[in-house]
Design a protein around this ligand. Structure first.
Ligand code: ADE
Length: 236
């Protein structure tokens, strides 16, 4: 695995190619994504594909060859942005968000969080001209077995899940090490004050101060929950 980001201590650079940049400004200007940029861990650029359309109508899609319902995103504007960005820096991955891509899993997020430069292309309509996928895309990702109106929300999910793992983005309190999936298990239940509400009590062991026992209880609960909800994780 190439660990460019750790070695250089440079911010991770993510370029997102979209026809709807407005859809992405919200998710990236709040909370942890905002802090990651302010703290210099992340440099995020949104590129409007329409700005690279050269025809009079500024169209970015066209009818599909062979007929059939649904438009296809044209190759020229997308190729123009990718070619331009590639002259500015080398990209570790050029990712296409698509429902027929590899299902996003925590392991992939971990790997991507160690990269230096990532480009993400958001699809729309019937998808992009296949030649983009063949000649430019290095990875195709899906965030689940359902179809979204476009790749933007998928890109937001991917970026969020990756950026929170960049060393230094989260503080100890929000450490990613104890997240569900990091050890192949779902997380155990958590509680905070008050110790009793409506007669519903916090498990006594969590108030005991015996951290050895608490750790063991958490491990048991994590296994129990994984067996109940995601037995497939245990088989892996
Ligand atoms: N675009 C449309 N549906 C998608 C999905 N499930 N994952 C990623 N990108 C998509």
């Amino acid at each position: 695995m190439e660990i460019t980001n750790l070695v250089n201590f440079a911010p991770m650079r993510i370029d997102i190619l979209t026809i709807l940049p407005e859809l992405l400004t919200g998710p990236f200007s709040n909370s942890i994504m905002k802090r990651a940029q302010e703290k210099g861990h992340l440099e995020l650029q949104l590129h409007n594909i329409r700005d690279y359309a050269t025809n009079k109508q500024k169209s970015v899609d066209d009818y599909q060859y062979g007929g059939g319902a649904g438009m296809v995103m044209s190759i020229e504007p997308i190729a123009a942005i990718i070619d331009k960005l590639k002259t500015e820096r080398a990209y570790d991955e050029i990712i296409y968000m698509t429902p027929d891509g590899d299902l996003l899993e925590q392991g992939e997020c971990n790997d991507l969080s160690l990269k230096g430069n990532i480009m993400i292309l958001c699809g729309h309509y019937k998808g992009v001209d296949e030649r983009i996928r063949e000649h430019y895309i290095t990875k195709e990702m899906s965030i689940g077995s359902y179809v979204l109106s476009g790749g933007e929300l998928g890109a937001a999910v991917l970026v969020d899940s990756v950026v929170r793992l960049i060393p230094g983005v989260l503080n100890d309190e929000t450490s990613a090490l104890t997240d569900s999936f990091q050890d192949g298990l779902l997380s155990p239940p958590v509680y905070t004050r008050p110790p009793e509400f409506n007669g519903w009590e916090v498990p006594k062991i969590l108030l005991s101060g015996d951290f050895g026992k608490i750790e063991k209880w958490r491990e048991e609960k994590a296994i129990e929950r994984t067996e109940e909800r995601r037995p497939d994780l245990l088989e892996e």
